[in-house]
Design a protein around this ligand. Structure first.
Ligand code: MN
Length: 512
């Protein structure tokens, strides 16, 4: 039996449904390129009918990102299927993924359809999608709460109508590994034409079982797993790509399956997605959490020093986390800096490298040791934001704060080349700085989120600040890092305002 498991990544569709995780088109393309480098089989790039932004993202990713099949989601409605086709047409490798619910609870209360009507609609829409593309996936939504006999009937009918992948979702995260595995086995044994399609699964993590259910499904015959980077997604999220892939890799001895994933790209992809969405990874997260390879116990450390196999079931290097012993600091040269960038997955050359190195030297002057996280923050600041014009620039910032002082901030910025200055008091130094910046830039946006992370240990760490702003339906994320968290905050706020300006400009001039 075929032992190759396809990885269908839905970070850009289900992942983007995480509360607060909206990405713009440029950011989605950057994530799609990282997914292609990772080696996923299919990228679900969005839901073309749902918004002009999603339509553009699907269209541009389908045309610009080489390698994986690019897929658009579509409800079982003609207008959705047509929009998916419009976005995908002309691109080399495409798929339309359509769905309708098959559980009585959904059909009765949400869709107001009988079972026969739902089946008929599924068949019609799969045929419509097949009239446009050869590769059609169908999902019976809420499959894990659907009656098995009816589910088999629907699956058989959509395969006859031309679906080559049938995806079994545990939409509400209700299944258990045994019951979900049995469901997949039942489909394999009872659906007459099942050999003409690939069985896929899409598990949610409401009970923390998304990964376990996905693996149980594979063991019972599924050959595609839908998942997301860092497990982001609707509610408690989806099965996490890195967990599914590393379970199959590390326990190949028992399971015997293969994927096409280049596991060394897992960590860079994880960092990229958390950086762009602003959704940070919990420290104890399997595979990609900060502590996933940290050994605290003295007994464990002793064992590791003698032989890594004592307490490590996989090497951090195998998922792209470099464990170099070389400490970068102010005496490190360009060559060492470039080598470390390479370890972290960044291929940076020419002017970009000069710029990043210059910034590295400044960071190294302030800190004794420059860690990998510091370098990633430099790349995020100096390289990834490059093509966005900066209407506002922070020139200087001075704050007063303390137990006996009214907090205040004096801020100098450059706006469209003109230098402006403002001093304002506030509830604290960050509040004062933000008020001054808002006054100088005329910002009317609402602050949705403000968070500070010390991205390296110690009180001399760089602080990374993330802010999320909204204005007239545009939601943007801004980031700034600095050893002074007030400066990092001001940079994050100005970064977000520049992104907002860029979004408004793009909308006005129709650049995307
Ligand atoms: Mn989902």
């Amino acid at each position: 039996m075929n032992n190759r498991v396809k990885i269908f990544d839905t970070t850009l569709r289900d992942g983007e449904q995480s509360p607060g995780a909206s990405m713009n088109v440029e950011e989605k393309i950057m994530v799609a390129r990282a997914l292609a480098k990772l080696g996923v089989d299919v990228i679900e790039a969005g839901f073309a009918y749902s918004s002009p932004g999603d339509f553009d993202a699907v269209r541009r990713i389908a045309h610009e990102v080489d390698g994986p099949i690019i897929c658009s989601l579509a409800r079982a409605k003609a207008e959705d299927i047509d929009a998916a086709h419009e976005a995908l047409k002309g691109a080399p490798r495409v798929r339309i993924h359509t769905f309708i619910s098959t559980s009585d609870i959904h059909l009765k209360h949400q869709f107001k359809l009988t079972r026969d009507e739902a089946k008929k609609r599924a068949v019609e829409m799969v045929k419509r999608a097949r009239s446009y593309v050869d590769d059609v996936e169908f999902s019976p939504m809420d499959a894990s709460r659907s009656e098995a006999a009816y589910l088999y009937e629907v699956i058989e009918a959509v395969i006859d109508a031309g679906a080559s992948t049938v995806n079994i979702p545990d939409t509400v995260g209700y299944a258990l590994p045994d019951t979900f595995g049995a469901l997949i086995k039942g489909i394999k044994e009872n659906v007459r034409n099942i050999n003409k399609a690939v069985i896929s699964v899409h598990c949610h993590n409401d009970l923390g079982l998304a990964t376990a259910n996905s693996i149980a499904a594979v063991v019972n015959g599924a050959r595609q797993v839908e998942c997301t980077i860092n497990g982001i997604g609707e509610r408690a999220g989806n099965a996490s790509l890195e967990e599914v892939v590393m379970i199959l890799a590390v326990r190949k001895d028992v399971l015997g399956f293969e994927t096409s994933i280049n596991t060394k790209e897992i960590f860079p992809a994880s960092r990229l997605v958390s950086g762009i969405t602003g959704i940070s990874v919990q420290p104890n997260k399997a595979i990609v959490g900060d502590n996933a390879f940290a050994h605290e116990s003295g007994i464990h450390q002793d064992g590791l020093l003698k032989d890594k196999d004592t307490y490590e079931i996989m090497r951090p290097e195998s998922v792209g986390i470099s464990r170099s012993t070389l400490v970068l600091g102010k005496h490190s040269g360009r060559h060492a800096f470039k080598a470390r960038l390479h370890d972290l997955g960044y291929e940076i050359t020419g002017d970009d490298l000069d710029k990043a190195f210059e910034r590295f030297k400044k960071v190294a002057d302030k800190k004794k040791e420059v860690f990998d996280e510091d370098i990633e923050a430099i790349v995020q600041d100096e390289i990834l934001r490059l093509d966005m014009p900066e209407r506002f620039k922070l020139i200087s910032l001075n704050v007063q704060s303390g137990t006996e002082t009214q907090p205040s901030a004096s801020v100098v910025i450059e706006a469209d080349g003109v230098t402006l200055k403002e001093s304002v008091s506030g509830d604290g130094p960050v509040d004062a700085a933000f008020k001054a910046i808002a006054k100088l830039t005329g910002a009317t946006s609402k602050l949705l989120k403000y968070s500070v992370n010390a991205i390296t240990g110690g009180t001399d760490a760089q602080g990374e600040v993330t802010v999320r702003l909204s204005e007239h339906g545009h939601i943007v994320l801004g980031q700034g890092s600095h050893t002074d968290i007030i400066v990092a905050s001001a940079k994050a706020y100005i970064n977000a305002l520049n992104r907002l300006e860029f979004k408004k400009k793009v909308k006005r001039e129709g650049l995307v």
